[in-house]
Write a protein that binds this ligand. Structure first.
Ligand SMILES: C[S@@+](CC[C@H](N)C(=O)[O-])C[C@H]1O[C@@H](n2cnc3c(N)ncnc32)[C@H](O)[C@@H]1O
Length: 336
């Protein structure tokens, strides 16, 4: 799928699509694609036999593609430009067949990463933005306004960054003389804070960028609200498929699918949803990962993990307490 934006060719290769289609075959009934992106999954579901597909994405650029797919699929597809959290409240299921499947392909699309001006990538000099929906608080707002303590919490909780305090200290000292406005400004500050002796396979600022993106887009809160909406809306036997790209996300998905409740810990992002009994049964104990051929063809797929579960007959959880940990960051961010 090719998109021309500002003279560049931007595209997104769907990750693990074939493995997903094989696992949920035969595709039928109604599906919700919570992360429409460039529409790779939605189109494939329509083609594979879904009666109707509803695509959701909060990025206005995806909305443009969504309208194109609506025209091309003629009544088989509809697009909703919103955040997927709590989609059970805004998707009108009344006149639709029972919900047969929900797919989340989390994270950012290649179109977002490769659009320098969106500020998601360390590789491009750009304003520090990172907003998927292009609204509200940007990464620059957080970096320039959050307290040193909150910045350190964000980097530690959402990026598992060991040098979180050092980095936060240096940011606060730098911003006293000038605003930190660009991706490269921030990347340089992080590089200077991390000991040269520390051996890292990726760019030293990778974890800080991940953490900020999660904070800017409320990604964990959205994920949990999206999973809960899937639990409420799926019919018995309905499929829940989630592709995650880092271990914190994958942990939330795994625990949700298994219905685990455990003591809360600040670093661990456990769920305190009232769910002593699982509402799903897992289809794959270990996540499905891309093979060498897919990684070679699409290196961005290398960290992808696909978990699939099916809804059982238990009624959806009544009481939901969003004790998403990292809560100090999430609630504190409301003040930024
Ligand atoms: C990895 S891409 C999905 C690519 C898509 N599966 C495809 O084949 O083209 C993730 C998409 O999810 C969207 N997204 C992420 N979090 C979201 C949220 N909370 N609500 C709505 N859309 C979200 C992003 O804007 C992005 O377009």
């Amino acid at each position: 799928m090719e998109q021309e934006r500002k003279g560049k060719s931007l595209s997104h290769k769907p990750v693990l699509l074939q493995s997903f289609l094989e696992a949920v075959a035969p595709v039928r009934g109604l599906w919700v694609d919570c992360t429409f992106g460039a529409g790779g999954y939605s189109r494939a579901l329509c083609k594979a036999g879904a009666e109707h597909v509803i695509g959701i994405d909060c990025d206005p650029d995806s909305a443009t593609i969504g309208r194109e797919v609506e025209r091309a699929e003629r009544g088989k597809f509809s697009f909703i430009g919103q955040q997927f959290g709590g989609f059970d409240k805004f998707v009108d299921f009344a006149k639709r067949p029972p919900l047969h499947g929900v797919i989340f392909d989390l994270g950012v699309s290649s179109m977002q990463l490769d659009s320098a001006e969106r500020g998601f990538s360390i590789k491009h000099e750009a304003p520090l933005d990172m907003r998927m929906d292009k609204r509200g608080r940007s990464a620059a707002d957080i970096v320039n306004q959050a307290s040193e303590r909150m910045l350190a919490d964000i980097f530690f909780c959402f990026g598992e960054e060991r040098a979180s305090r050092k980095i936060a200290r240096r940011i606060v000292s730098r911003r006293a003389s000038a605003q930190i406005a660009s991706t490269t400004d921030l990347a340089k500050i992080v590089e200077q804070s991390v000991a040269k002796t520390q051996h890292r396979k990726t760019h030293p600022a990778t974890r800080v960028f991940q953490a900020l993106r999660i904070a800017v887009n409320n990604e964990f809160e959205q994920l949990i609200k999206g999973l809960v909406a899937a639990e409420k809306s799926l019919s018995e036997g309905g499929w829940l498929a989630v592709i995650s790209f880092h271990s914190l996300e994958d942990r939330i998905v795994k625990r949700f699918m298994r219905g685990q409740t455990r003591a809360l810990s600040e670093v661990d992002f456990q769920l305190s949803i009232d769910r002593h009994k699982p509402r799903f049964y897992p289809i794959n104990r270990r996540p499905i990962q891309p093979d060498i051929a897919e990684i070679t063809a699409n290196p961005r797929s290398r960290s992808a993990r696909l978990r699939i579960a099916r809804r059982n007959a238990r009624p959806a959880s009544e009481e939901i307490d969003f004790g998403v940990i990292g809560a100090p960051c999430i609630s504190g961010l409301e003040r930024v």
